[in-house]
Write a new protein. Structure first.
Lengths: 121, 498, 428
């Protein structure tokens, strides 16, 4: 039996959640003040997810970097891998906001997309 | 690298810069060496910026002589070199009846020193001249010949005028030793090579003792750094109109509250003798001391409104006063030593050093003349160092004309102090160039406002890199080892999440 | 690009507050809307806030800052709003005249029927927090570091300590970690987190970055560059607790110690500021005490969510457009009074045509030369006569008065200007 505690980030309130687990199974969640907290607690205990935002290098762009983000959340334990993939990329301007920079990054089913337009220099 | 000069000046503070400027009037190859990456980075840019009236130094001392001689020289100097200077006069404020005799004594001392334009005013009069003054003010000494300047601008302007008249200024050039021929100094060894000269002038500020000892001169003379800390107040919150001294104590002139030519109010300095000549750190105790001292004059001062601090080290020397009958051992050393040839020696030029600088320069030249040096005035000597445009001080119409002339003056880089790209570029390419962020800051006052560089920093780094033709990674705040940027963002791998 | 002398609404700042204001002003009927931005592109501070968390209310999406801005930028561009980039507003008067400076357009004067102030905030700096020590390089506000890291592509250090648990500090702690730097510690002088708990989880807790509440920086070590900071615990009065000092080696200290609404321009325009918020006193339309000058966004007070900034900007923009249109309509009703033959001057210099409906208006004037015979005092428009009466003489020493009566309103209405001529009847 294991107990994990998290601060819920489903809304700004930040309830302190207490998750009791048996192996990979959630037995009980306490501390939440709404149903969103229960959903968050369950996910966070079993397979925490995060959105990732970073930048990629741009050639011939108005700026040397283009901000990008994952359109959806990816498993928290894969963040470093995703960041490495992002680091290896170099795009060429012009780029539009929401252009796919890396499709289905490391098989997560989530695309890494551009956060803004980046015109050519 | 070996080069032959006629005169070499060691030390690019205000005194060294003035001496170089005075010498640049005459024929002869002239070199000023400065160990830092900019001129005037020692005491010259970290002081109260006051051109003293001259009532404070001990009558009969060289300090008093130099102060009173120099004070009237400043009008012409400011006109020629175009630095900010105002004769605003200053006040020594007596708080409480018991301080009045002390202030009067100061006035008598001033009269002895030959200081003109002084008078005692009543407490009521003082209150009418400075609204927020301590209500217990009982009177004040009003010395109308006191002035305020921008001490760094003075130093830069003097050095630039010297360069315009043919002098060479070498920054990042540190004196290491003398080169001898018998008992004659014929040059200096530096970290950038040997340089030869017929005369070498020691104007090394806080290190003047180390330099003179290398010449075997005055082994008993020592300089102890006396730390002076300062607080600068936001001009939007604190408006003091005058230069206000407290009654002096044995430790010095005391903690002033004074307006500056940038319209900020500064409080300081305290005076604590330390050991480390490189210790310009601000201390919490010092801050407390400053505020306590300042509240004596302006009780409403609140550290909440402080916007910056700085620290200066005064080169306090133990030079004896040679006037018969005067028992004083903190006087200036300005001499041609008897035991060494080709050497002019200065030491212990603390307050009123800034004020005295032009008189000291003149004295150095006279000493050299007395020692047989023949000076020929240059035919094309130009005493004028033209002012460069200051966008912040211009009217709307003047700004429009300036922008039409050069569009770079239209691009405002420092939002708080209204400094434009055109001005920054001009300083980077000036006769004594600004090569670092702080060097530009000292010249233009950029980055000293409310946001303390928050907006302009990234832009100035980019402009410096562009104008100097170097990578942004080489741009520093104040010379080597103070770089801003370490690498590009994509160079390094990320650590794993736990 | 042709820059006009007069705009209906001028917006200072193209961050979320300014863009929303400009868009709503244009939609609200203001024809000429100008946005002035000191940076080289639109978007304001959002451009460097590349993390998610923006737009949950406005777009029901979790967007990064630049994309939130992009949505507004795209809309603003379709509406025909004029943008001046790389341009600094140097002065604003209470008469709504702006002085602008830029490399591309020079130094300009522009008048506005209404202004929206949307200059945002600046960061509180180290000096105001009064940390003793040297002044080595490597002490930056989190926002300055953010610009370097996210926009210009430079890392201003390798090992960081963050002072302040504000959102910007926590966000940067994660950002720097993502780019391969080490964040040693986050210190917070209060006993509580300064920013959102979500950021604590996702920026500090996720990455094992230790947060110490009730701690601050006692000293900064290093002369040319930061070498370490000395942290210390504090009591609830912020006094140092002796014996709790710790030297933390690092090369950069990031300050995230608060935002201050940037109101220097507001002061110049005579806008009264609330010392508690640091921003202008405003009513429910975000109008300041100066008629026609509005303020929206972080310049008014520090917001938590950008979505609310946009709402405020929209309201301010809407109200600014309304004010501008009323102003225009009002000033269109004014016609000049022209001193004609033998008239040296007339007061008033201009009059509101509609004012005559409410009552008589006296015109007072003086003649240039004496005429010692019967004269006509003749008030007329370009093509019509308004009133003509006679006097036995006129002399420069005696003021002459002509009264415009309500019944003359119809004739005055036809004119774009009124001229008064005074001449001898014999010449008529």
């Amino acid at each position: 039996m294991e107990e994990k505690t998290f601060i819920c980030t489903a809304c700004p309130t930040g309830c302190k959640l207490n998750i009791r687990m048996e192996g990979e199974e959630v037995i009980k969640i306490t501390g939440q003040r709404c149903s969103k907290g229960e959903v968050y607690g369950r996910q966070e205990a079993i397979a925490p997810q995060r959105m990732v935002a970073s930048t990629v290098r741009v050639t011939n762009g108005f700026h040397p970097l283009l901000p990008v983000y994952t359109k959806g959340s990816i498993p928290k334990r894969k963040i470093s891998e995703v960041l490495e993939k992002i680091r290896a990329v170099e795009v060429t301007a012009p780029v539009q906001a929401e252009d796919v920079i890396i499709a289905n990054v490391i098989g997560t089913g989530v695309d890494v997309i551009a956060s803004r337009d980046m015109p050519a220099r | 690298m070996q080069e032959k000069y006629d005169y070499i000046v060691i030390g690019g503070g205000v005194v060294g810069a003035m001496i170089t400027r005075w010498l640049s009037r005459y024929e002869g190859k002239l070199l000023l060496i400065e160990k830092e990456e900019d001129i005037g980075m020692g005491s010259s840019s970290a002081n109260t910026a006051i051109v003293h009236a001259g009532y404070d130094p001990l009558p009969g001392s060289l300090k008093a002589l130099m102060n009173v001689k120099a004070n009237p020289m400043w009008d012409q100097l400011a006109g020629e070199l175009n630095f900010p200077f105002e004769r605003r006069g200053d006040y020594v404020v007596a708080v409480g009846e018991e301080e009045l005799p002390l202030v009067d004594k100061l006035m008598q001392q001033g009269i002895k020193n030959g200081v003109p334009g002084m008078m005692m005013i009543s407490g009521e009069e003082m209150r009418s001249r400075e609204r927020d003054i301590n209500p217990e003010v009982s009177g004040a000494l009003w010395a109308s010949t006191g002035g305020i300047c921008d001490p760094f601008q003075v130093t830069v302007a003097a050095a630039e005028n010297a360069v315009m008249n043919g002098a060479t200024v070498m920054l990042d050039t540190a004196f290491e030793d003398f080169i001898w021929e018998g008992n004659r100094i014929i040059g200096v060894k530096t970290n950038r090579g040997d340089f030869y000269a017929r005369w070498v002038i020691n104007s090394a500020g806080i290190y003047a003792d180390a330099v003179m000892h290398k010449a075997g001169v005055r082994p008993e003379f020592f300089i102890k750094p006396r730390k002076g800390e300062y607080v600068i107040f936001d001009r939007a919150e604190v408006q003091i109109h005058n230069v206000l001294f407290p009654v002096p104590s044995s430790r010095g002139k005391g903690i002033l509250v004074t307006t500056t030519l940038h319209e900020n109010t500064i409080v300081g300095p305290n005076a604590n003798v330390i050991d480390d000549k490189e210790d310009t750190s601000l201390t919490k105790e010092g801050l407390d001391e400053l505020l306590e001292g300042a509240k004596k004059l302006i009780p409403s001062l609140n550290l909440r409104h402080s916007i910056a601090n700085f620290v200066g080290l005064r080169p306090m020397g133990n030079g004896p006063c040679y006037t018969p009958g005067i028992n004083y051992s903190n006087d200036y050393v300005i001499e041609i030593p008897g035991n060494v040839q080709g050497f002019v020696n200065l030491g212990g030029i603390e307050s009123p050093g800034l004020t005295s600088a032009p008189a000291i320069a003149e004295r150095v030249v006279n000493l050299m003349k007395d020692a047989g040096e023949e000076f020929t005035v240059k035919q094309d000597w130009d005493p004028i160092r033209p002012a460069r445009p200051r966008f912040a001080h211009m009217t709307h119409d003047e700004r429009r004309l300036l922008c039409d002339m050069d569009p770079r003056f239209g691009r405002v880089i420092c939002r708080c102090e209204n400094v434009t790209e055109g001005e920054i570029v001009a300083e980077i390419h000036a006769p004594v160039p600004a090569l670092t962020y702080d060097a530009i800051k000292r010249r233009t006052w950029l980055g000293t406002g409310r946001c303390q560089g928050g907006f302009d920093m990234t832009r100035v780094v980019a402009i410096l890199a562009r104008e100097l033709g170097v990578s942004p990674f080489e741009i520093t705040k104040r010379g080597k080892s103070s770089e801003y940027l370490y690498r590009t963002t994509k160079d390094v791998e990320v650590a794993d999440v736990d | 690009m042709l820059i006009k002398k007069q705009y209906d609404v001028v917006v200072i700042g193209s961050g979320p507050g300014g863009l929303a204001a400009a868009i709503e002003a244009k939609k609200g009927g203001a024809d000429d809307v100008l946005v002035i931005e000191r940076d080289v592109e639109l978007g304001g501070i959002l451009l460097q806030c590349i993390h998610n968390g923006f737009g949950l209310q406005t777009f029901k999406e979790d967007l990064p800052g630049p994309e939130y801005a992009q949505r507004y930028i795209n809309e603003a561009k379709t509406l025909g709003i004029t943008f001046l980039l790389d341009t600094m507003v140097m002065d604003v008067t209470s008469q709504r005249r702006l002085y602008l400076s830029s490399r591309d357009f020079g130094y300009l004067e522009v008048d506005a029927h209404a202004i929206v102030l949307a200059m945002g905030c600046r960061e509180r700096t180290r000096a105001q927090v009064r940390i003793p020590g040297y002044r080595p390089n490597g002490v930056f506000t989190a926002g300055t570091a953010q610009r370097w890291v996210n926009v210009e592509g430079y890392m201003p250090g390798n090992r960081f300590v963050v002072l302040g648990s504000g959102d910007i500090g926590m966000i940067m702690a994660r950002r720097l970690t993502f780019e391969g730097a080490h964040v040693e510690r986050v210190l917070e002088i209060q006993s509580y987190l300064s920013g959102l708990s979500r950021n604590y989880v996702q920026c500090l807790d996720d990455w094992g970055i230790s947060l110490q509440l009730r701690h601050t920086v006692k000293r900064i070590l290093g002369k040319d560059r930061v070498e370490a900071i000395e942290s210390v615990a504090v009591d609830d009065k912020w006094n140092y607790i002796p014996g709790t000092e710790e030297i933390i080696p690092c090369d950069t200290l990031l300050l995230s110690v608060g935002l201050i609404p940037e109101n220097e321009l507001s002061k110049k325009a005579g806008v009264a500021l609330d010392p508690v918020t640091g921003g202008p006193f405003v009513d429910e339309h975000f109008q300041t005490n100066v008629p026609g000058i509005f303020a929206a966004g972080n310049v008014v007070h520090v917001y938590d969510l950008v979505d609310y900034v946009s709402l405020a900007g929209a309201e301010a923009g809407r109200s600014a457009a309304e004010f501008a249109l009323a102003e225009k309509e009002r000033s269109a009703r004014y016609i000049p009074l022209i001193a004609g033959k033998n008239v040296r001057y007339i007061v008033p210099h201009k009059l509101d045509k509609k004012a005559l409906e409410k009552g008589d208006i006296s015109l007072q004037m003086r003649v240039t030369q004496p005429i010692e015979e019967d004269v006509w005092l003749d008030v007329h428009g370009e093509n019509n006569s308004v009133v003509r009466r006679s006097e036995r003489y006129v002399r420069p020493g005696e003021m002459v008065t002509i009264v415009l009566r309500s019944r003359m309103a119809a004739e005055v209405e036809k004119a774009n200007s009124l001229t008064v001529d005074i001449y001898p009847k014999s010449e008529a």
